[in-house]
Design a protein around this ligand. Sequence first.
Ligand code: ZN
Length: 454
Amino acid sequence: MRKRFLQTVKTADQLLQELFPICRSLTGEGVRTTLKLLQRVATFESKHIPSGTECFDWTVPDEWNITDAFIKDASGKRIIDFKKSNIHVVSYSIPIHRVMTFAELEPHLHYLENLPTAVPYRTSYYQRDWGFCLSYEQFKQLDRQGKYEVCIESRLEPGELSYGEAVIKGSSQHEFLISSYCCHPSLANDNLSGVVLWTLLLQELQKRTTRHSYRFILIPETIGSIAYLHSNQSVMKKSAGGFVLSTVAGPGPFGYKQSFLGNHLIDRVIRQTFFELGIEPRCYPFDAYGSDEVRYASPYFRIPTGTICKDKYYEYEYYHTSLDNLDFVRAEYLVQTLQLYLAAIEMLEQNYTYQTNFPYVEPMLGKRGLYPSIGGSIKQKATSSQHVTHQYKLVDRQAITGTQLDAMKWLLFDCDGSKSLLDIAEQRKMSMSLLFETAELLRKEKLLNRKVDT
Ligand code: ZN
């Protein structure tokens, strides 16, 4: 278990290191390169929507590519250099190359006075403009009387919006959405961590036979989800809910952004996952500012999605700055969050509804060898070898424990066909996997029936 965890950490770390330097944006070579590299780890299709495609009230923009950019001082020295960090250039900047005064340059400079060593991340997707981002320290050193050679070698021309897609087919009618975005340049927690987690989660689920279907999409934020909804209206309308992966590897606390419903199955499996692990996440109610969950929850689609974060976007100081880099995130945190998502998905998979074959009175467990043979020891605290203690472990944290006998008793009491395993887990404060394993044991003993899957 530990060995597998460490192996996944290594893979996550390699992906973070390899993908971090790539200059990604809504469109362009950076996104395509990223998708290609990820396709070595998980199987998915790379798809494309042409620039100019109308999607509801939006239009897929021209493709943006950039090869170089700099600001040179009078001595010809590159004082701001795209090659050192791609976030020095406002994403979607139009090309420019000329000498200008400080006064001409200044309106195009972006910096943060309150975080003087950080370079902010800025975009200008829908307004043709250009700009540079620099630290406040760098800004203060600029000669107010000086002249500067300013150059952005970019191209904005019809091309395509690229995205990744994979559908894992299950046997039930339910399809869940797992979405992340891939449009940020060299920024680690928001959003490279989400990209890597999306890939590792896909890789892991592709190894399994799943009960439900899972639609994985990796798109540029906002316009990507809008374009995807537009071209996949009927399947998205039927989506059973899902997860939007974002900001999953920071040093700060675990967080959970609720779906727009707040108490949907997705919310409940996330809450139960945290509960079983003894982690109290920071809870963020749904709000209309956020990532693609807002588009998915639009009135026509109303797809409830939840988000598990580690250092949620908007909440950490380094958000959208050069300090959100590979020193800020850790692959180990990313894999911890991955395991939370896997545990939540496992609960979706295990959430069957059972019905007892013994509705009049409970069946006699003793004659089936399912009950401790020496009477009187039940409920005593001392450990009895008859009690099979089940421990649910994840990331070396020990969660709630309970005996299999407890699970049997409650299952035979609760399973009247109206309650799902999650209902029982929540009400009885027991682990879903213990209930599932026990319910399957009772099914084998012909004490419970599983209701037909829908
Ligand atoms: Zn962002």
